[in-house]
Design a protein around this ligand. Sequence first.
Ligand code: COA
Length: 199
Amino acid sequence: MPRHIRTATSEDAAAVGRIYAPYVRDTAVSFEVTPPDPDEMGRRISATLGLHPYLVLEEDGEVQGYAYAGPFAARAAYRWSVEVTVYVAEARRGCGVGGALYVELLALLTRQGFHAAFAGITLPNAASVGLHERFGFVHAATFSRVGYKLGAWRDVGWWRRDLAPALPDPAEPLAFPDLVRPRGGVITPPLERRLSRRR
Ligand SMILES: CC(C)(COP(=O)(O)OP(=O)(O)OC[C@H]1O[C@@H](n2cnc3c(N)ncnc32)[C@H](O)[C@@H]1OP(=O)(O)O)[C@@H](O)C(=O)NCCC(=O)NCCS
């Protein structure tokens, strides 16, 4: 079965949680320390989809990676800026999954009218830095020793990518449900794409 990217639903919570859990438990990629249970993952997916995209990539009917956006910060003037996140199942890293998800995620965010995307990366993380720079993200800042996890202080680098020019009077970003509503809330082509498997 070819690759397939679609909007997540709360029914993906368990699969998404299984991908995320080892990064929470065994690495400092995420600053969470306890893997969220499926109920919590489901709540996060639903909350995200109120305004931003939450995408999963399936291969052979199994979710192998996910990517989503959220507000960069809560205050109103930040509302054109998003933070993006992507996770790929450990066994499927380096096979084009993260890149395929970012093609779709960044295209959707651009269509929604967001101005800039930001990614916070616990350093070092060559794969994530490589992915973001491949998609035009540029290093903006690094906060030294901003977190402590698994016995060490951790630096977080921030990368940014413009999605649209800095207009003097930007239109309000479109909520994700409003982008897909004409099709009854279901992501349809070209947002739901069949993708050829790279490796
Ligand atoms: C970072 C991550 C999402 C990348 O996804 P992926 O599916 O492994 O990446 P892809 O195979 O799609 O590669 C896309 C691009 O990323 C870069 N990249 C991927 N792996 C890399 C590595 N090990 N070193 C350097 N660059 C790498 C390359 O530029 C690559 O493009 P190319 O194949 O044309 O050279 C994935 O490795 C992952 O889930 N890592 C753990 C979680 C994580 O760090 N998430 C990001 C949190 S900020």
